[in-house]
Design a protein around this ligand. Structure first.
Ligand code: UD1
Ligand code: M6R
Length: 719
């Protein structure tokens, strides 16, 4: 969904053209998340403003459409590339419309005022009290240029800045940010720049990810940044006083700061930059060249640096004079961490490039032999048939004692829970329920302290799942994450978990994350039942089965040519498609149907084969294309009977079956797609690959932009 990118250079000379290129490249790396407009803000030229003396003008370029349209606009507008800056802060954004349509006035960045653009903001998330803020700001004479919630933030910055000045205070940028945050409700990841603070940027987050990448030749003294808690009494007074101004929104008279007896603080008093931070001090105290990259997604930072710091909710990252400071608006509470570690991204640049493939989705489908292997790497001992999940080890005894396991997720991640629920129940003998996050919240489902709630997510940022996670945390349940994105909100907010290590997934259609989530969940179930001697045989069978999966996926991928032909010859012009499966394969049918819908826009439905005769059979005739999953497991005879119900009505299903399984006479099926056989609970890992390929080729044949299907975003960060 929306993406944020910011770039600050200090003592590293960059001309405007290079800065714009860096911002646009950053946005390009965020494209996969889905968006409908893009924009950025950089410094213009110095001019004499009279009131403020010599100040810097802004250049804001923004437009609906893709980043390449933005790039073209930069060329068309003939943005001067030549001016060189040794210190500069630029901010950029890709927007996914929530408040207001994708048109130029609604694109980010937004500014505090049209006259000078004193404060410029990019924002991810939703400000839920924006209507009240807008009304208040309108009443104070601010004029709005857009329909967005974000514009309120820019205007609040100016509003508070002016109030501070009137009170004789020259606020530090981070103090001003605290005053603004005090008024915001909802979720945000945001960056702000201002000519009042040249070369500086403030970034903050609440419920929306933000990280800071650091590139410097300087050896950092320590690999963390100290958190600077609120300890400036006068700043607190100022904040409280100004806060009261806006609290009067709901008050009787709309009183102003002066009305409320605002206490002026001596000029400069709050501007003292007392640093508690150790990481960014150079050994000789001399300023050192450094570049900072702020982003909502590590994928846009990794080409510049692998050293990153993930912000926590309510952190304010203030970058100035080549230093990164982390502030909090509150005083330190018990148990709160006093540092933010600087971590090393394990992601490689080539992982987020398409390589020889036409689309990321195709690349990711073909990566599955490697990604599934990586999920198991270092965690399964195939010689001794044991599984060790480092992130769960210490928690297993507690989980074993829980009353029930609730798996909570959305979309494809939900299907991976469905696919593994049965093996979980078999191996752990703990009742397992599987929940769609939005429905779970809508029902306000009861959750208890002795529940274990497992959150499965590729991105770790899906709003519905995060809200469900917070709901479970509030009720004291143990929370476990099965997450791909290291450093994501879900990975950090859960008590413990497993990173599936599938590598970045860029295509909107989730493919490799599904197979890796599936394996991670099977490994989780195996580790929970490790104690049990009676299950040793079943463990061994599954673990040995897992070892063969990457090679077997390679085998299945060889079906691509046959599938391409099938799509070309028989499926392209169809309007609808049914997928039939039962037992372990019901999840495969649902997942296949979701893939086909989202990428090829063809209506498709996953049907539990046992339910066929209860209604869906009415749709069956000699025309409706049907894919049936009839691989060997204990339910195979029942699946066959469903297939016979179809063929008896002249249906000619495409059957996914095991290699060499001459189960159905050729004239009764349209075609078979043969996949290797594996253990029943793992068969879904192989059966899903042909339907991933079918959805891909249907979409390509229909000329759809596979990686960016209409109306969808990679990471769904709104409810
Ligand atoms: C960790 C390292 C890995 C290293 C390995 C060697 C990380 C991210 N992983 O992998 O690079 O090779 O040790 O021993 O540093 N967690 C959650 N919620 C989640 C996912 C994970 O709380 O949704 C927690 C885990 O409980 C754990 C930590 O994050 O404390 C790392 O999890 P994971 O990467 O799965 O652990 P390892 O496989 O041990
Ligand atoms: O990042 P998450 O796994 O939490 O995302 C959940 C769904 O939005 C996601 O799986 C979606 O259904 C995919 N586009 C399906 O391909």
């Amino acid at each position: 969904m929306c993406g944020i990118f910011g770039y600050v250079n200090f003592l590293v000379d960059k001309n405007r053209g290079e800065i714009v290129d860096t911002l646009i490249e950053g946005l390009q790396r965020l494209e996969y998340r889905g968006y409908d407009s893009a924009g950025f803000a950089v410094d213009g030229k110095l001019f004499n403003d009279g009131d403020n003396g010599e100040i810097m003008s802004n250049i804001i370029v923004k437009c609906p459409g893709k980043v390449k349209v933005l790039r073209q606009k930069v060329a068309d507008d003939k943005i001067d590339r030549s001016d060189v800056f040794d210190n500069h802060a630029g901010i950029a954004h890709t927007r996914w419309a929530t408040h207001g349509q994708p048109k130029e006035q609604n694109c980010h960045p937004h500014r505090s005022d049209a006259a000078k653009g004193e404060f410029i903001v990019v924002h991810n998330g939703i400000i839920t009290n924006f209507a009240a803020l807008r009304e208040y700001l309108l009443s104070k004479g601010h004029q709005f240029e857009s329909e967005t919630d974000t514009e309120c933030i820019a205007k609040l910055f100016k509003h508070f800045y002016d109030l501070n000045l009137k009170a004789g205070v020259s606020p530090d940028f981070n103090e001003l940010t605290k005053q603004v945050l005090h008024e915001l409700e909802g979720s945000y990841g945001l960056l702000v720049k201002s000519f009042h603070y040249p070369g500086e940027v403030c970034g903050t987050r609440k419920g929306s990810p933000l990280l800071v990448g650091v590139k410097t030749d300087r050896k950092l003294k320590v690999d963390f940044v100290d958190v600077e808690f609120e300890n400036n009494a006068s700043a607190a007074v100022a904040q409280q006083q100004i806060g009261q101004t806006l609290s009067s929104l709901n008050g009787p008279n709309g009183a102003t700061a002066q009305d409320l007896g605002f206490i002026p603080v001596a000029p400069g008093e709050q501007n003292l930059r007392t640093s508690q931070s150790r990481a960014f001090l150079s050994e000789d105290d001399l300023p050192t060249p450094v570049e900072f990259f702020l982003s909502s997604d590590p994928a846009s930072v990794v080409q510049h640096t692998k050293k990153v710091l993930f912000l926590e909710d309510d952190d304010i990252a203030h970058i100035y004079d080549g230093e990164l400071h982390i502030h909090r608006a509150s005083t330190k509470s018990a148990g709160e961490s006093t540092v933010r570690p600087i971590q090393t991204l394990e992601m490689e640049l080539n992982e987020i490039m398409k390589g020889p493939f036409k689309h990321f989705m195709q690349k990711e489908i073909f990566e599955q032999p490697d990604s599934t292997f990586n999920t198991m790497r270092g965690r399964i001992d195939f010689e001794n048939n044991t599984v060790t999940l480092g992130g769960l080890k210490a928690w297993l005894p507690t989980i074993r004692r829980c009353r029930r396991i609730i798996m909570i997720a959305c979309g494809t991640s939900y299907h991976s829970c469905l696919a593994t629920r049965s093996i979980f129940e078999e191996l752990t003998e703990i009742p397992v329920s599987v929940e769609l996050a939005s429905d779970f919240l809508d029902r306000r489902s009861p959750v208890f302290r002795d529940d274990t709630c497992v959150f499965v997510s590729q991105s770790g940022e899906t709003a519905d799942s995060i809200l469900a996670l917070q709901y479970c945390l509030e009720r004291g349940a143990l929370t476990v994450g099965i997450v791909n994105s290291v450093g994501s909100s879900m990975s950090r907010q859960t008590h413990c978990g497993v990173h599936i290590n599938a590598g970045p997934e860029i295509g909107v259609a989730s493919t490799k994350a599904y197979t890796s989530q599936y394996i991670a969940l099977v490994m989780f179930a195996l580790s929970l039942s490790n104690d049990s001697i009676s299950r040793a045989g079943r463990h061994e069978e599954i673990i040995q089965g897992l070892q063969k999966i990457p090679d077997q996926i390679k085998q299945v991928l060889k079906l691509e040519d046959k599938i391409k032909k099938l799509c070309n010859d028989d499926l392209n012009d169809q309007k609808s498609l049914l997928l039939l499966g039962r037992g372990y394969q019901f999840a495969t049918a649902l997942e296949g149907a979701l893939k086909i819908k989202e990428i090829s826009y063809m209506h498709s439905e996953g049907v539990l084969a046992g339910e066929l005769k209860h209604g869906v059979l009415a749709l069956v005739d000699d025309k409706l294309p049907i894919i049936a999953f009839a691989t060997r497991d204990s339910l195979f005879p029942k699946t066959m009977s469903a297939i016979e119900q179809v063929t008896a009505r002249d249906g000619r299903p495409i059957v996914v079956c095991n290699e060499g399984d001459a189960i159905i006479s050729n004239d009764k099926v349209h075609t078979t797609l043969e996949v290797p056989q594996t253990v029943d609970c793992l068969q879904g890992l192989l059966n899903v690959i042909p339907v991933q390929l079918i959805s891909y080729w249907l979409a390509v044949n229909r000329g759809i932009d596979v990686d960016f299907p209409r109306n969808l975003a990679k990471s769904v960060t709104v409810e």
